[in-house]
Design a protein around this ligand. Structure first.
Ligand SMILES: *[C@@H]1O[C@H](CO)[C@@H](O)[C@H](O)[C@H]1NC(C)=O
Ligand SMILES: *[C@@H]1O[C@H](CO)[C@@H](O)[C@H](O)[C@H]1NC(C)=O
Ligand SMILES: *[C@@H]1O[C@H](CO)[C@@H](O)[C@H](O)[C@H]1NC(C)=O
Length: 414
Protein backbone atom coordinates (compact mmCIF):
# COMPACT_ATOMS: atom_id res chain seq x y z
CA UNK A 1 0.00 0.00 0.00
CA UNK A 2 1.46 3.27 -1.07
CA UNK A 3 0.89 4.94 2.26
CA UNK A 4 3.32 2.67 4.03
CA UNK A 5 6.02 4.79 2.51
CA UNK A 6 5.75 8.37 3.39
CA UNK A 7 3.76 10.09 0.79
CA UNK A 8 5.01 11.37 0.38
CA UNK A 9 8.64 25.26 8.28
CA UNK A 10 10.78 37.10 12.66
CA UNK A 11 9.89 40.07 11.33
CA UNK A 12 9.88 43.65 12.62
CA UNK A 13 11.98 46.70 12.10
CA UNK A 14 15.67 46.33 12.51
CA UNK A 15 17.84 48.84 14.16
CA UNK A 16 19.89 51.00 11.90
CA UNK A 17 21.81 48.84 9.55
CA UNK A 18 25.29 49.92 10.49
CA UNK A 19 24.69 49.03 14.10
CA UNK A 20 23.27 45.68 13.11
CA UNK A 21 26.31 44.93 11.03
CA UNK A 22 28.68 45.76 13.84
CA UNK A 23 26.74 43.65 16.28
CA UNK A 24 26.52 40.74 13.90
CA UNK A 25 30.20 40.23 14.56
CA UNK A 26 30.38 41.17 18.19
CA UNK A 27 27.58 38.68 18.91
CA UNK A 28 29.20 35.96 16.84
CA UNK A 29 29.35 33.61 19.81
CA UNK A 30 25.57 33.44 20.07
CA UNK A 31 24.92 32.80 16.43
CA UNK A 32 24.06 29.43 15.01
CA UNK A 33 24.35 28.61 11.35
CA UNK A 34 21.01 27.34 10.20
CA UNK A 35 20.95 23.86 8.79
CA UNK A 36 20.58 24.83 5.16
CA UNK A 37 21.83 23.53 1.87
CA UNK A 38 25.34 24.89 1.24
CA UNK A 39 25.41 27.40 -1.62
CA UNK A 40 27.70 25.24 -3.72
CA UNK A 41 25.12 22.45 -3.65
CA UNK A 42 22.11 24.63 -4.26
CA UNK A 43 22.14 23.61 -7.91
CA UNK A 44 21.21 20.07 -6.87
CA UNK A 45 18.04 21.40 -5.26
CA UNK A 46 17.18 23.58 -8.23
CA UNK A 47 17.63 20.65 -10.57
CA UNK A 48 15.51 18.41 -8.37
CA UNK A 49 12.73 20.99 -8.42
CA UNK A 50 12.91 21.37 -12.20
CA UNK A 51 12.75 17.62 -12.69
CA UNK A 52 9.78 17.50 -10.37
CA UNK A 53 8.00 20.21 -12.36
CA UNK A 54 8.62 18.43 -15.63
CA UNK A 55 7.26 15.17 -14.21
CA UNK A 56 3.84 16.68 -13.60
CA UNK A 57 2.58 16.56 -17.18
CA UNK A 58 3.18 12.80 -17.25
CA UNK A 59 1.33 11.95 -14.06
CA UNK A 60 -2.19 10.74 -13.80
CA UNK A 61 -3.94 10.94 -11.43
CA UNK A 62 -2.54 14.26 -10.19
CA UNK A 63 -0.19 13.90 -7.24
CA UNK A 64 -0.98 16.26 -4.36
CA UNK A 65 2.40 15.62 -2.69
CA UNK A 66 4.12 17.12 -5.72
CA UNK A 67 1.92 20.21 -5.58
CA UNK A 68 2.67 20.65 -1.88
CA UNK A 69 6.41 20.33 -2.51
CA UNK A 70 6.39 22.78 -5.43
CA UNK A 71 4.33 25.32 -3.48
CA UNK A 72 6.59 25.05 -0.43
CA UNK A 73 9.57 25.59 -2.73
CA UNK A 74 8.00 28.86 -3.89
CA UNK A 75 6.75 27.72 -7.30
CA UNK A 76 3.13 28.64 -6.50
CA UNK A 77 2.61 30.84 -9.50
CA UNK A 78 4.33 28.48 -11.95
CA UNK A 79 2.22 27.10 -14.77
CA UNK A 80 2.86 23.63 -13.39
CA UNK A 81 1.43 24.44 -9.98
CA UNK A 82 -1.60 26.09 -11.55
CA UNK A 83 -2.17 23.08 -13.76
CA UNK A 84 -1.85 20.66 -10.85
CA UNK A 85 -4.28 22.46 -8.60
CA UNK A 86 -6.82 22.48 -11.39
CA UNK A 87 -6.33 18.76 -11.99
CA UNK A 88 -6.81 18.09 -8.31
CA UNK A 89 -10.07 20.00 -8.19
CA UNK A 90 -11.23 18.34 -11.41
CA UNK A 91 -10.56 14.95 -9.99
CA UNK A 92 -12.65 15.65 -6.92
CA UNK A 93 -15.48 16.88 -9.13
CA UNK A 94 -15.32 13.92 -11.51
CA UNK A 95 -14.70 11.05 -9.16
CA UNK A 96 -16.01 12.24 -5.84
CA UNK A 97 -14.37 11.30 -2.56
CA UNK A 98 -16.08 8.00 -1.70
CA UNK A 99 -13.21 5.89 -3.01
CA UNK A 100 -10.48 7.98 -1.44
CA UNK A 101 -8.73 6.90 1.73
CA UNK A 102 -8.58 9.35 4.61
CA UNK A 103 -4.90 10.01 3.90
CA UNK A 104 -5.63 10.86 0.29
CA UNK A 105 -8.29 13.38 1.30
CA UNK A 106 -5.82 14.80 3.83
CA UNK A 107 -3.20 15.26 1.12
CA UNK A 108 -5.72 16.94 -1.14
CA UNK A 109 -6.53 19.36 1.68
CA UNK A 110 -2.86 20.13 2.30
CA UNK A 111 -2.32 20.62 -1.43
CA UNK A 112 -5.24 23.06 -1.69
CA UNK A 113 -4.14 24.96 1.43
CA UNK A 114 -0.65 25.32 -0.02
CA UNK A 115 -2.26 26.75 -3.17
CA UNK A 116 -4.27 29.29 -1.16
CA UNK A 117 -7.51 27.49 -1.95
CA UNK A 118 -10.13 26.85 0.69
CA UNK A 119 -10.62 23.07 1.05
CA UNK A 120 -14.05 23.72 2.58
CA UNK A 121 -15.15 25.05 -0.79
CA UNK A 122 -12.99 22.96 -3.08
CA UNK A 123 -15.91 22.56 -5.44
CA UNK A 124 -19.40 23.99 -5.50
CA UNK A 125 -20.76 21.25 -3.27
CA UNK A 126 -17.89 19.29 -1.77
CA UNK A 127 -16.40 20.32 1.55
CA UNK A 128 -13.21 18.27 1.82
CA UNK A 129 -12.77 19.14 5.49
CA UNK A 130 -16.16 17.60 6.31
CA UNK A 131 -15.24 14.57 4.22
CA UNK A 132 -11.99 14.19 6.14
CA UNK A 133 -13.71 14.57 9.52
CA UNK A 134 -15.99 11.73 8.57
CA UNK A 135 -13.20 9.49 7.28
CA UNK A 136 -11.10 10.22 10.36
CA UNK A 137 -13.98 9.18 12.60
CA UNK A 138 -14.10 5.92 10.70
CA UNK A 139 -10.37 5.46 11.28
CA UNK A 140 -10.84 6.12 15.00
CA UNK A 141 -13.76 3.75 15.44
CA UNK A 142 -11.81 1.06 13.61
CA UNK A 143 -8.95 1.77 15.96
CA UNK A 144 -11.07 1.44 19.10
CA UNK A 145 -12.61 -1.83 17.78
CA UNK A 146 -9.41 -3.52 16.74
CA UNK A 147 -6.55 -1.42 18.08
CA UNK A 148 -5.32 -1.43 14.49
CA UNK A 149 -5.38 1.53 12.22
CA UNK A 150 -8.15 1.44 9.60
CA UNK A 151 -5.56 2.26 7.00
CA UNK A 152 -2.20 3.10 8.53
CA UNK A 153 -1.01 5.25 11.40
CA UNK A 154 0.82 7.27 8.78
CA UNK A 155 -2.53 8.18 7.27
CA UNK A 156 -4.00 8.93 10.68
CA UNK A 157 -1.09 11.33 11.17
CA UNK A 158 -1.86 13.00 7.84
CA UNK A 159 -5.53 13.22 8.82
CA UNK A 160 -4.78 14.97 12.10
CA UNK A 161 -2.31 17.30 10.38
CA UNK A 162 -4.75 18.29 7.64
CA UNK A 163 -7.66 18.80 10.05
CA UNK A 164 -5.46 20.89 12.33
CA UNK A 165 -4.09 23.06 9.52
CA UNK A 166 -7.55 23.49 8.04
CA UNK A 167 -8.67 24.86 11.41
CA UNK A 168 -10.99 21.92 12.21
CA UNK A 169 -11.19 20.29 15.62
CA UNK A 170 -8.62 17.51 15.66
CA UNK A 171 -8.12 17.14 19.41
CA UNK A 172 -9.73 13.72 19.86
CA UNK A 173 -7.95 12.28 16.84
CA UNK A 174 -4.69 13.78 18.09
CA UNK A 175 -5.22 12.21 21.50
CA UNK A 176 -5.74 8.78 19.93
CA UNK A 177 -2.66 9.26 17.78
CA UNK A 178 -0.62 10.33 20.82
CA UNK A 179 -1.73 7.23 22.75
CA UNK A 180 -0.79 4.97 19.86
CA UNK A 181 2.57 6.66 19.56
CA UNK A 182 3.19 6.01 23.24
CA UNK A 183 2.28 2.32 23.11
CA UNK A 184 3.69 1.36 19.71
CA UNK A 185 7.00 1.75 17.95
CA UNK A 186 6.32 3.73 14.80
CA UNK A 187 8.53 3.56 11.73
CA UNK A 188 10.44 6.77 11.12
CA UNK A 189 8.01 8.00 8.45
CA UNK A 190 5.01 7.39 10.64
CA UNK A 191 6.74 8.89 13.65
CA UNK A 192 7.73 11.97 11.66
CA UNK A 193 4.22 12.47 10.28
CA UNK A 194 2.77 11.98 13.78
CA UNK A 195 5.27 14.56 15.07
CA UNK A 196 4.17 17.14 12.50
CA UNK A 197 0.51 16.47 13.27
CA UNK A 198 0.87 16.56 17.05
CA UNK A 199 3.05 19.66 16.87
CA UNK A 200 0.32 21.46 14.95
CA UNK A 201 -2.28 20.46 17.55
CA UNK A 202 0.14 21.25 20.37
CA UNK A 203 0.71 24.79 19.09
CA UNK A 204 -3.04 25.40 18.85
CA UNK A 205 -3.62 24.07 22.35
CA UNK A 206 -0.88 26.18 23.83
CA UNK A 207 -2.54 29.24 22.31
CA UNK A 208 -5.97 28.34 23.62
CA UNK A 209 -4.53 27.05 26.92
CA UNK A 210 -6.33 23.75 26.84
CA UNK A 211 -4.23 21.47 28.93
CA UNK A 212 -6.39 18.34 29.16
CA UNK A 213 -4.73 16.54 26.32
CA UNK A 214 -1.56 18.58 26.19
CA UNK A 215 0.20 16.25 28.56
CA UNK A 216 -0.34 13.17 26.40
CA UNK A 217 0.74 15.09 23.33
CA UNK A 218 3.90 16.38 24.98
CA UNK A 219 4.79 12.90 26.15
CA UNK A 220 4.20 11.47 22.69
CA UNK A 221 6.26 14.21 21.04
CA UNK A 222 9.14 13.48 23.41
CA UNK A 223 9.04 9.79 22.69
CA UNK A 224 8.75 10.28 18.93
CA UNK A 225 11.67 12.69 18.92
CA UNK A 226 13.89 10.26 20.79
CA UNK A 227 12.86 7.47 18.49
CA UNK A 228 13.62 9.45 15.35
CA UNK A 229 16.95 10.61 16.74
CA UNK A 230 17.90 7.06 17.64
CA UNK A 231 17.07 5.85 14.16
CA UNK A 232 19.14 8.62 12.62
CA UNK A 233 22.10 8.11 14.94
CA UNK A 234 22.27 4.40 14.22
CA UNK A 235 22.08 5.11 10.49
CA UNK A 236 19.13 2.72 10.26
CA UNK A 237 16.92 5.24 8.49
CA UNK A 238 16.13 4.67 4.87
CA UNK A 239 17.32 7.60 2.77
CA UNK A 240 13.76 8.22 1.56
CA UNK A 241 12.64 8.84 5.13
CA UNK A 242 15.28 11.46 5.89
CA UNK A 243 13.32 14.37 4.40
CA UNK A 244 10.34 13.77 6.63
CA UNK A 245 12.59 13.08 9.64
CA UNK A 246 14.29 16.46 9.06
CA UNK A 247 10.90 18.17 8.92
CA UNK A 248 9.87 16.52 12.18
CA UNK A 249 13.06 17.40 14.05
CA UNK A 250 12.84 20.98 12.85
CA UNK A 251 9.38 21.55 14.36
CA UNK A 252 9.50 19.73 17.68
CA UNK A 253 8.90 22.21 20.49
CA UNK A 254 11.41 20.51 22.78
CA UNK A 255 15.02 21.23 21.88
CA UNK A 256 17.05 18.15 21.11
CA UNK A 257 20.08 17.51 23.24
CA UNK A 258 23.00 19.10 21.49
CA UNK A 259 25.69 16.95 19.99
CA UNK A 260 23.61 13.82 19.61
CA UNK A 261 22.42 14.49 16.13
CA UNK A 262 23.82 16.63 13.38
CA UNK A 263 21.26 18.17 11.10
CA UNK A 264 24.02 19.13 8.67
CA UNK A 265 25.18 15.52 8.46
CA UNK A 266 21.70 14.25 7.67
CA UNK A 267 21.30 16.96 5.06
CA UNK A 268 24.64 15.98 3.53
CA UNK A 269 23.44 12.40 3.23
CA UNK A 270 20.34 13.54 1.37
CA UNK A 271 22.39 15.72 -0.98
CA UNK A 272 24.73 12.86 -1.75
CA UNK A 273 21.68 10.74 -2.50
CA UNK A 274 20.37 13.36 -4.88
CA UNK A 275 23.67 13.60 -6.73
CA UNK A 276 23.61 9.81 -7.11
CA UNK A 277 20.12 9.86 -8.61
CA UNK A 278 18.36 8.34 -5.61
CA UNK A 279 15.63 10.97 -5.79
CA UNK A 280 14.92 10.85 -9.51
CA UNK A 281 11.53 9.35 -8.82
CA UNK A 282 9.07 12.26 -8.57
CA UNK A 283 7.44 10.92 -5.41
CA UNK A 284 10.82 10.60 -3.69
CA UNK A 285 11.74 14.11 -4.86
CA UNK A 286 8.44 15.52 -3.59
CA UNK A 287 9.09 13.96 -0.19
CA UNK A 288 12.50 15.47 0.26
CA UNK A 289 12.18 18.90 -1.39
CA UNK A 290 10.41 20.72 1.51
CA UNK A 291 13.23 19.99 3.97
CA UNK A 292 15.80 21.18 1.40
CA UNK A 293 14.12 24.57 1.10
CA UNK A 294 13.79 24.88 4.87
CA UNK A 295 10.06 24.25 4.99
CA UNK A 296 7.79 21.72 6.64
CA UNK A 297 4.23 20.63 6.00
CA UNK A 298 3.26 22.97 8.83
CA UNK A 299 4.15 25.84 6.48
CA UNK A 300 1.40 25.08 3.96
CA UNK A 301 -0.94 27.63 5.54
CA UNK A 302 1.70 30.33 5.86
CA UNK A 303 2.44 30.78 2.17
CA UNK A 304 1.87 34.10 0.49
CA UNK A 305 -1.56 33.96 -1.07
CA UNK A 306 -1.28 36.86 -3.42
CA UNK A 307 -1.46 35.96 -7.07
CA UNK A 308 0.26 39.24 -7.93
CA UNK A 309 3.95 39.27 -8.49
CA UNK A 310 6.59 41.90 -8.19
CA UNK A 311 9.61 41.96 -10.45
CA UNK A 312 12.81 43.26 -8.97
CA UNK A 313 16.18 44.01 -10.52
CA UNK A 314 18.90 42.75 -8.25
CA UNK A 315 22.56 43.71 -8.66
CA UNK A 316 25.54 42.41 -6.73
CA UNK A 317 28.75 44.39 -6.90
CA UNK A 318 32.18 43.76 -5.47
CA UNK A 319 34.73 46.35 -6.51
CA UNK A 320 36.57 46.12 -3.23
CA UNK A 321 38.43 42.84 -2.67
CA UNK A 322 39.63 39.86 -4.71
CA UNK A 323 37.96 39.21 -8.04
CA UNK A 324 35.69 42.10 -8.93
CA UNK A 325 32.16 41.38 -10.10
CA UNK A 326 29.06 43.29 -11.11
CA UNK A 327 26.07 41.06 -11.97
CA UNK A 328 22.44 41.94 -12.45
CA UNK A 329 19.42 39.65 -12.60
CA UNK A 330 15.66 40.19 -12.81
CA UNK A 331 13.48 37.97 -10.65
CA UNK A 332 9.80 37.77 -9.86
CA UNK A 333 8.36 36.83 -6.48
CA UNK A 334 4.83 36.96 -5.02
CA UNK A 335 4.05 40.53 -4.03
CA UNK A 336 4.53 41.16 -0.34
CA UNK A 337 7.59 38.88 -0.25
CA UNK A 338 10.54 40.02 1.80
CA UNK A 339 13.96 40.78 0.33
CA UNK A 340 15.25 37.36 1.29
CA UNK A 341 12.90 35.84 -1.31
CA UNK A 342 14.63 37.91 -3.98
CA UNK A 343 17.99 36.50 -2.92
CA UNK A 344 16.52 33.01 -2.93
CA UNK A 345 14.94 33.44 -6.34
CA UNK A 346 18.16 34.85 -7.79
CA UNK A 347 20.17 31.98 -6.36
CA UNK A 348 17.72 29.48 -7.80
CA UNK A 349 17.81 31.08 -11.20
CA UNK A 350 21.58 31.50 -11.36
CA UNK A 351 23.37 29.62 -8.56
CA UNK A 352 26.75 30.18 -10.22
CA UNK A 353 26.74 33.93 -9.54
CA UNK A 354 23.98 34.61 -7.04
CA UNK A 355 24.71 32.16 -4.24
CA UNK A 356 24.60 33.65 -0.76
CA UNK A 357 24.99 32.68 2.87
CA UNK A 358 23.18 33.94 5.92
CA UNK A 359 23.73 33.80 9.64
CA UNK A 360 21.13 34.00 12.38
CA UNK A 361 22.00 36.76 14.81
CA UNK A 362 20.17 38.46 17.63
CA UNK A 363 19.40 41.20 15.10
CA UNK A 364 17.75 38.82 12.69
CA UNK A 365 19.09 37.04 9.67
CA UNK A 366 22.24 38.62 8.23
CA UNK A 367 23.62 38.07 4.75
CA UNK A 368 27.27 37.29 5.37
CA UNK A 369 28.40 36.20 1.92
CA UNK A 370 27.34 36.69 -1.70
CA UNK A 371 28.88 34.97 -4.67
CA UNK A 372 31.50 33.51 -2.30
CA UNK A 373 32.64 36.99 -1.20
CA UNK A 374 32.30 36.85 2.59
CA UNK A 375 32.10 39.73 5.04
CA UNK A 376 35.06 39.84 7.36
CA UNK A 377 35.17 41.54 10.75
CA UNK A 378 38.96 41.98 10.71
CA UNK A 379 38.73 43.60 7.33
CA UNK A 380 35.65 45.63 8.39
CA UNK A 381 33.82 44.51 5.26
CA UNK A 382 30.08 43.78 4.92
CA UNK A 383 27.34 43.49 2.33
CA UNK A 384 25.42 46.77 2.10
CA UNK A 385 21.92 46.70 0.62
CA UNK A 386 20.49 49.71 -1.18
CA UNK A 387 17.34 50.47 -3.12
CA UNK A 388 18.37 52.96 -5.72
CA UNK A 389 20.64 55.25 -3.69
CA UNK A 390 19.32 54.76 -0.17
CA UNK A 391 20.74 52.12 2.17
CA UNK A 392 17.95 49.88 3.48
CA UNK A 393 17.01 50.40 7.10
CA UNK A 394 15.50 46.94 7.48
CA UNK A 395 16.94 43.46 7.27
CA UNK A 396 16.43 40.93 4.50
CA UNK A 397 13.69 39.23 6.49
CA UNK A 398 11.68 42.43 6.91
CA UNK A 399 12.22 44.67 3.90
CA UNK A 400 9.50 44.25 1.25
CA UNK A 401 10.62 45.36 -2.21
CA UNK A 402 8.06 46.91 -4.53
CA UNK A 403 7.51 46.22 -8.19
CA UNK A 404 10.34 47.33 -10.49
CA UNK A 405 12.54 48.28 -7.59
CA UNK A 406 16.29 48.05 -8.10
CA UNK A 407 18.03 46.40 -5.19
CA UNK A 408 21.80 46.59 -5.02
CA UNK A 409 24.08 44.61 -2.76
CA UNK A 410 27.46 46.31 -2.63
CA UNK A 411 30.47 44.89 -0.87
CA UNK A 412 31.53 47.73 1.41
CA UNK A 413 33.62 48.68 4.42
CA UNK A 414 32.48 50.27 7.67
C1 LIG B 1 -12.18 7.73 -11.24
O1 LIG B 1 -12.76 6.53 -10.75
C2 LIG B 1 -12.66 5.41 -11.64
C3 LIG B 1 -13.36 4.23 -11.00
O2 LIG B 1 -14.34 4.63 -10.13
C4 LIG B 1 -11.20 5.10 -11.89
O3 LIG B 1 -11.09 4.06 -12.82
C5 LIG B 1 -10.51 6.32 -12.45
O4 LIG B 1 -9.12 6.07 -12.57
C6 LIG B 1 -10.71 7.50 -11.51
N1 LIG B 1 -10.13 8.68 -12.10
C7 LIG B 1 -9.16 9.35 -11.52
C8 LIG B 1 -8.65 10.57 -12.22
O5 LIG B 1 -8.68 9.00 -10.46
C1 LIG C 1 26.65 6.77 11.03
O1 LIG C 1 27.26 7.37 9.90
C2 LIG C 1 28.18 8.41 10.22
C3 LIG C 1 28.67 9.07 8.95
O2 LIG C 1 28.28 8.37 7.83
C4 LIG C 1 29.32 7.82 11.04
O3 LIG C 1 30.24 8.87 11.40
C5 LIG C 1 28.77 7.18 12.29
O4 LIG C 1 29.81 6.56 13.02
C6 LIG C 1 27.71 6.14 11.95
N1 LIG C 1 27.10 5.67 13.17
C7 LIG C 1 26.85 4.39 13.41
C8 LIG C 1 26.24 4.07 14.73
O5 LIG C 1 27.09 3.55 12.59
C1 LIG D 1 27.85 47.70 -13.06
O1 LIG D 1 27.46 47.42 -14.38
C2 LIG D 1 26.46 48.30 -14.89
C3 LIG D 1 26.03 47.80 -16.27
O2 LIG D 1 27.01 47.06 -16.85
C4 LIG D 1 27.02 49.73 -14.95
O3 LIG D 1 26.04 50.61 -15.43
C5 LIG D 1 27.41 50.12 -13.54
O4 LIG D 1 28.00 51.44 -13.54
C6 LIG D 1 28.37 49.11 -12.95
N1 LIG D 1 28.59 49.46 -11.55
C7 LIG D 1 29.80 49.66 -11.03
C8 LIG D 1 29.88 50.04 -9.60
O5 LIG D 1 30.81 49.53 -11.72
Amino acid sequence: MMYDLPLTGRAGRMSPWALAVLCAFCAAVNTAEKCTVPANQQALVTELQHRLESSVALQSPPNPSILIALNLAGAQSSETAKLLVQEIIDRVVQNGTAEMTSGEVALYILALLSSCKDPKHATANINLVEVLKHKTEEELSHLSDSSLAGTTFYQLGLDVLALCLAGADSNEAALSLAREALTKDFFVDTGAMATLALTCVHNGLVKSQQSRILEAINEALDKLQQQILRDLETNSTNIYSLGLALQALNVTPAPYPSGEWSCAQTLAKVLTGISQGAFNNPMAAAQVLPSLVGKTYLSVTGLSCSSDEVTVEYTIINHLRGTYFNYTIRVSVPSGSVLLSILQAAQQKNPQHFSYKTKQTSWGLMVVSINNRAANANDRTYWKFLNGKEPLDQGVESYIPSNNEHIEAIFSTY
